[in-house]
Unconditional design. Structure first.
Length: 126
């Protein structure tokens, strides 16, 4: 699975985005160590607070299917700029994969890759 292929799956995942409040579609594609991929989209709610981000949708789908070992996540959105994961999603990713590769792209197709620990140093731990 190349970085570009994972990004393409995240773009496809935007199709199921439920985002009537923000009109901002987000897609994520989470690559597991065994090569399987779980995708996710943002799912908004009239309460706003109950909204679930695309990244967490993908992580929760994977974990609920017994997967916990993740190597990369691609994130894209209907916005033109790089779409970085929000703070809550960074913490959720860190729970399972503190060194996961976060793959982003902008509307010109320029790929940027970050390690999660540079996006969220000093993760909260119990
Ligand atoms: N959103 C995500 O799906 N992922 C993020 O990391 C940041 C924000 C969604 C939530 C909401 O549906 C919309 O983007 C606007 O905040």
């Amino acid at each position: 699975m190349t970085e570009r292929e994972l990004l393409e799956l995240s773009i496809k995942a935007q199709e199921n985005s439920y985002s009537p409040y923000s009109q901002f579609r987000v897609g994520a594609a989470l690559l597991c160590a065994d090569g399987t991929v779980y995708t996710g989209c943002n799912i908004e709610n009239a309460t706003y607070g109950a909204t679930n981000c695309a990244e967490r949708t993908a992580v929760f789908k994977a974990v609920s299917e017994g997967k916990r070992d993740f190597t990369a996540i691609a994130i894209t959105s209907s916005g033109g700029d790089l779409t970085f994961p929000c703070g809550i999603c960074r913490q959720v990713l860190a729970e399972f994969a503190p060194e996961i590769k976060v793959i982003l792209t902008d509307k010109d197709g320029c790929i940027k890759i970050f390690k999660l620990d540079e996006l969220l140093p000093h993760t909260f731990k119990l």
